[in-house]
Design a binder for this molecule. Sequence first.
Ligand code: SF4
Length: 435
Amino acid sequence: MVTVCMLAAMSPTPQPPRPPGAACVRSSGDACPGTLRLHRADDGALARIRIPGGVLAAEGAEALRQAAERFGDGELHLTSRGNVQLRGLAEGDGPELAALLGDAGLMPSARHERVRNVVASPLSGLDGRGAGDIGPWLAALDRLVCGSDRAAALSGRFLFALDDGRGDVDALGADLTLIARDGEGASLRVGAVDTVLTVPAAEGPRAALLAAEAFLDAARDTGAWRLKDLPAEVAAALPAEVSRRLGEAGTTAVTGRHPRPATALEPVPGPVGGSALAVGVPLGRLSTAQWRLLTGAGGFRLTPWRGAVVTGVAPGRAHALLGDLAAAGLITGPGSGWSGVGACVGRPGCAKSLADVRAQAAAAVGPPGRLPVYWSGCERRCGHPHGEWIDVVATPTGHRISHVRGDRPGTPVTVRDDPDALAAAVASARGPRST
Ligand code: SF4
């Protein structure tokens, strides 16, 4: 028996920035939505289903498709953490939805369903790059998190990242990042610092869980949901505390430097290795027909860039499959104008939005740009990218366009009420993609 609760309308989004080093003061509890805790949006109830590492088995994929058709708006909405959202649910759908997804293995622990937030290098083990296959880490970490009473107290926003050493998800700003190193080592980054703790690779998932539990102790009475919410001196002391706890548990951690990559590089759409295909999904929205095409072709992984990777493609099938996916409207090559274009849900789904930014982003699609662009209906910028990107925000006085580097916006340009001028300004800010 599972209990489903409905939240009052509130944003499932990060809070606005606060001064560096300042402690976080929360005015309410963590309202991040899940499968058992629905969020009331303007287009109906919303469920967010965690898919650790974006890795989805056939049974889970089919259950999600059925859920989108039976309860939702007929689409599967991909998030910037490789999770799936269902929108447009009725308020009473919760229990049936939870039963359907639970039966398909998508909810191994009801108590932990909102804290299984794990992004992972989506091409790990497929293209010969990286220092190791993080698949075993992913299974082990999920098992450890679901088996920890303490971890059930993490917020629904706390994020683990498993990077296979290529630096793609290491740049996503997770709270805890485990990085495969050449040889038998695993480096644990606690927050956004360049200092890491290196342990034997087999100890990596346990070290990540132990660090999460240390964070919970450090965050007690602070209201912090994420590491960046901690007072600066508390966050700075955390790696040493994690090292001490590892020592107590019999694992020696070696402290060293491993600078965090500035840019999170997503897979280039197209064939990967000999038996996989990467695709982009325009605005992260998949119809159930597109979903069936993608998930029926082999193994399936969602990426933290609102894309997907199909694995285990039979020899000789890749070319035809790529054609089918392109015909279905997916991004199958870097020459698509949709490459690098993202947007929040905007109007009419979100009451805070000042514009239908998804429609505006679609109208502005042109030749592929050099930099990613993200359109937001308000200053919260839900799901925005990291690293270097173009920020387009709807404001009461028009759309404000800024070039962001390392989460610092440059000098903005504002365009009012002129779609052609807006598209031209966005294209200019992104710059042309070199061929
Ligand atoms: S308008 Fe967009 S950025 Fe603002 S709260 Fe809604 S979804 Fe988030």
